[in-house]
Design a binder for this molecule. Structure first.
Ligand code: XLS
Ligand code: MG
Length: 344
């Protein structure tokens, strides 16, 4: 099943950052939003990922919101960029301190639902069908704080509300097991897909898989991707890397574990990922030590890594792989892949 299709690449404006972390303030100036948008094509990218408030501030008067969104759409069209995904930022506002859809406060749950629906309206203006739900604060610090069973139901209800708000929108659940919460209610790709089948429209319910999130769950991102691909539910990815079970690092793709990155490219390419318009999304942070003038290198480097690994994937002799599989010569297969990765 050798493939020759090409890929489209995207990232979100939050991936060009000031280097602030929970232990220290910004170390680089904030790049103006318009300047960020101008970086995309220069860096070899085709589309953007947005949060709702990247499009327009949430508290902007209703009359101005859609007008502003349409203006931004025009800017993107002029730059030749498409909007790959849009996601409601449901983890910063004080209303979401105790979670968004799963907050114990009815008023705060309503805030989350209103904001989720408004994000669907923005997606329409941006001509974007992929609505990502990263359920950042839908989890607990202590088990007893909430009824976990009720919480799962509330997430399902919210997912349905989004689907019902627009018959064309597709919801992509982005699982992450922990951080900022001690424990998320839908921690893995398997949980997300299970819930997707219980929604009012499973054909519009799928997943976005972020490499680091699978790794944080102790799982292999390539296998998670294969699982979602089998279900025909892998509609976006956030490629990055992660060095073990610690805070969410969002490292350059392939920089911590080259073979694990190779395996992700392998499974995506061999499954024809991208042929139905899916993009290769990145979600990567520059190192805090990075200087302002270098603050987009992690993005172009990750794209370079994907394309370099793609070349290696496509150069591996499939007939040889099948022969080694058939003969159970996995030691030889192992060395063959290692040599391919070392260019020898
Ligand atoms: C979490 C991301 C987040 C989502 C989209 O990994 O940084 O922004 O990808 O909401
Ligand atoms: Mg992500």
């Amino acid at each position: 099943m050798s493939s020759t299709h090409t890929y489209r690449f995207t990232f979100g404006p939050w991936n060009i950052s000031t280097g602030a972390d929970p232990f220290g303030p910004p170390v680089r100036p904030e790049m103006a939003f318009a300047e960020k948008i101008r970086q995309y094509k220069k860096l070899g990218f085709d589309g953007v990922q947005f949060h709702d408030d990247d499009v327009v501030a949430y508290d902007l008067p209703e009359s101005e919101k859609m007008k502003k969104a349409a203006e931004l759409k025009k800017v993107l069209d002029d730059e030749g960029l498409f909007v790959e995904i849009i996601a409601p930022r449901l983890w910063e506002d004080p209303h979401t301190a105790d979670g968004a859809f799963t907050s114990n406060c009815p008023k705060d749950r309503q805030y989350a639902l209103d904001r989720a629906k408004r994000c669907v309206d923005l997606a329409k203006v941006m001509d974007c069908k992929n609505y990502v739900l990263w359920l950042a604060r839908e989890g607990s610090y202590i088990r007893e704080a909430k009824c976990a069973k009720t919480a799962v139901g509330r997430i399902a209800d919210a997912w349905n509300t989004i689907l019902e708000h627009d018959p064309e929108i597709r919801v992509l659940g982005e699982a992450k097991p922990n951080e900022p919460m001690d424990q998320a209610y839908l921690p893995t790709v398997g949980h997300m897909i299970g819930l997707a089948y219980k929604t009012v429209d499973p054909s519009r319910s799928g997943v976005l898989i972020e490499s680091a999130h699978s790794i944080l769950a102790g799982l292999d991102p390539a296998d998670d991707m294969a699982y979602a691909l089998w279900h025909e539910k892998l509609w976006s990815v956030h490629l990055n890397d992660q060095n073990g079970l610690k805070y969410d690092q969002d490292k350059t793709f392939g920089s911590a574990d080259l073979r694990r990155a190779f395996d992700q490219v392998w499974v995506l390419d061999k499954s024809g990922y991208g042929k139905n318009g899916e993009a290769v999304g990145l979600d990567i942070k520059a190192m805090r030590a990075t200087k302002y003038e270098d603050s987009t290198k992690h993005l172009s480097n990750s794209r370079t890594m994907f394309l370099a690994l793609l070349e290696i994937v496509r150069s591996v002799d499939e007939a040889k792989v099948n022969e080694l599989r058939d003969n159970r010569q996995y030691e030889d297969l192992d060395l063959m892949i290692l040599k391919a990765l070392m260019g020898r």
